[in-house]
Every structure is written in C-alpha cells, then in structure tokens.
Design a protein around this ligand. Structure first.
Ligand code: GRF
Length: 207
C-alpha cells in the first residue's frame, strides 16, 4: 500500500475527488495518509478532518528564506513516509530540495491542456481567462509529474473539455473541474500506486 500525501491551499475539491475515489475503492494500492496545507484557513483541511485524515499546515511566510521553507517542507513530507505527493491546488512553488527528493513521485493537476496556458502566472482563473481570450474551442486538464520547469514535467493524463459560447472564466473553470480534473486526478493517482506509470526520457508511459 502506497502512502499518498496531498498538498492543498484552498477549497480542496480535487482532494474531495481523491477522498471519494478512495472511499469507493477506486484508488488501488494507495491511501491518503496526510493532507498538508499552505494555508491554515483552507477548507480542504475540513474535508480531510471529516474523513479522519491527518493534517499539517506549513506556511511560506513563517520562514525567513525560501531555502529554509523548502527544507522544512521536504522534511515534513519525509516524516509522513510519502510514496507519492499530490499537488491539488497547492499555491506555493516547490523548491529544488523537495522536487529532487521526490523525482517522478510528485503529481500536479493543471486546468488546461499543457503546453497551452501553462507556466509562470498561469494559475486559477488566469488560465481560463487566457483560454477564452484566445478563443480556443477545447480546453481541459492535465495531470503531470513535477520537475524544475513550471508545468513542464512528464504528462501522465489529459482530458479535453468543450469551450462554449458565452463562457466566463468561472463557468469554464467549473466545467473543467467537473468533466476533467475530478476524473483524471484519481485515475492517475491509482495508476501510480499500481506501478503502472513508467517515465522514459521525460515521457510518461502508462503500462
Ligand atoms: C484546480 O483548478 C487545479 O487545477 C489547480 O488549482 C485548483 C484547485 O482547486 N491546480 P481545489 O482546491 O481542488 O478546489
């Protein structure tokens, strides 16, 4: 059984999708053992507590330097014996220490079809604003491993979602969550826990 540690900062609907999948036995060979929040007021923490999942809070602002924060986060994750780290709306950029300690063992969900609308500055509603501004007819979500390049790690799974006339960023965000994020994130997590994802030359292959 693999230990899954989920990092959150906000509402935690993706965390909820993982919890629901776990409760329906859809996450094979893995269980969420801890939820770590970058924000003490994140509703995601309530979701974890409601399901008797251990919680921790670590705030970037409580550390003088980014290096100290990076080390503390790495040690916290290690202390939880994590086999897999899932970023489910975690709003603080990860540092070198944590990324190198968990190479191809950190998964992120991004609300667009990478390589579109990704990289620095593309988070939250900004992603959907950019997609609408460009007039794309399809957007979606991507689950990928995290490396040192922002949103640049090996792509594990993607799902396209239609963009409709009259969409606002909020409407598109909700459709992408419902039709893509909440579906592919639990699937990718299960595949990882079942050892079905292999990375060769920066390309993720699902066995
Ligand atoms: C999601 O849109 C996810 O794609 C992005 O952050 C958001 C988190 O939302 N990385 P929630 O906290 O899971 O509701």
């Amino acid at each position: 059984m693999k230990n899954i540690v989920v990092l959150v900062s906000g509402g935690g609907t993706n965390l909820q999708a993982l919890i629901d999948a776990q409760n329906s036995n859809l996450i094979k060979n893995g269980r969420i053992t801890c939820v770590i929040s970058g924000n003490p007021n994140a509703y995601a923490l309530e979701r974890a507590k409601n399901n008797n999942i251990d919680t921790e809070v670590i705030r970037r602002n409580d550390f003088e330097s980014f290096g100290e924060y990076d080390l503390a986060l790495t040690n916290l994750i290690k202390s939880k014996n994590a086999d897999l780290v899932v970023l489910a709306g975690f709003m603080t950029i990860l540092g070198h220490k944590v990324i190198s300690a968990y190479e191809n063992r950190i998964i992120n969900i991004h609300p667009a079809l990478i390589p579109s609308f990704c990289g620095e500055g593309f988070y939250g509603l900004h992603v959907h604003e950019a997609a609408l501004k460009k007039g794309v007819k399809l957007s979606g979500a991507t689950v990928h491993f995290v490396n040192e390049e922002c949103d640049g790690g090996p792509i594990i799974m993607q799902k396209a979602v239609e963009v409709k006339n009259g969409d606002t960023p909020e409407i598109l965000q909700k459709r992408i969550m419902e039709q893509a994020e909440w579906i592919i994130l639990p699937k990718a997590v299960s595949l990882f826990c079942e050892d079905k994802i292999q990375v060769i030359d920066n390309i993720a292959i699902i066995k």
